[in-house]
Ligand binder design. Structure first.
Ligand code: CDP
Length: 230
């Protein structure tokens, strides 16, 4: 049903997947700006469900509790400055979603099939808003497998930890690069090993290793590639 509806739509999706701190957010945001398409951070939705679980005192290891939580979680989506954003329980969440307590809880929440089905439905519905540049872990493999524009962004674990540590300076002050490395590694392990839609490279994705590339170079590569296929 949903596929029939999606296949009849002319709006398109650029899927940018990859592990934590591989540069997806910055690249996806800039690619969206360059194309005039809407930027979507799918991870922020999993983070928001984890935020609500912690706020409501829900056990993130209980699939029953997560099923109830999924059914009652209803973000209100809106477009703001070229991105799809949302309000949950009356709050526009932003920096609070990047806190370490969310990092620690988001992967178990995102591994739950009911949560994934719910978030995937929200992501499908966004196609009604326009052309999308969506970053995540399973966008090219599971959410929009028919997309003609799939990228898998990677970088060495050391470089990813260094980038995330620099980025986190104003959120958490007491973590070393080693702590960040361990935190990313913990999440990547759960994300790659889960049963439902694990982090993996789509067969038809273009792999971009950004360890030695600057952001502008990656953005230019992706935009040129997308324009070449349009
Ligand atoms: O910014 P970073 O790459 O560290 O993470 P994120 O994109 O904000 O995603 C946070 C978490 O949400 C990931 O570690 C995954 O557990 C989950 N996620 C997912 O399962 N599927 C997606 N499409 C996006 C995120």
């Amino acid at each position: 049903m949903i596929w029939e509806r999606l296949q009849n739509m002319t709006n398109k999706v650029v899927a940018i997947d990859g592990p934590s701190a591989s540069g997806k957010s910055t690249v996806a945001r800039r690619v969206a700006d360059a194309l005039g398409w809407l930027y979507v951070d799918s991870g922020s939705l999993y983070r928001a469900v984890a935020w609500k679980a912690l706020k409501d005192g829900i056990d993130v290891q209980s699939s029953e509790a997560l099923a109830d939580l999924s059914a009652t979680t209803a973000p209100e989506f809106f477009v703001c400055e070229g991105a799809v954003r949302f309000r949950l329980d009356g709050v526009v969440l932003d920096r609070e979603l990047r806190a370490e307590r969310i990092n620690r809880n988001v992967s178990p929440v995102a591994a739950d099939p009911t949560v994934r089905a719910r978030v995937t439905q929200w992501l499908h519905d966004m196609l009604l808003l326009g052309n999308l540049v969506m970053e995540g872990r399973d966008i090219g493999t599971a959410v929009f497998p028919a997309s003609r524009h799939k990228f898998y962004l990677d970088a060495s674990p050391e470089e990813r930890a260094r980038r995330r540590h620099a980025e986190m300076a104003d959120v958490e002050t007491d973590m070393s690069v080693g702590d960040v490395h361990a935190s990313l590694n913990r999440r990547d392990t759960i994300d790659s090993r889960r049963m439902t839609a694990p982090l993996s490279v789509a067969d038809d994705a273009t792999i971009v290793d950004s360890t030695q590339m600057d952001i502008a170079g990656v953005v230019e590569f992706v935009v040129e590639h997308v324009k070449g296929v349009l």
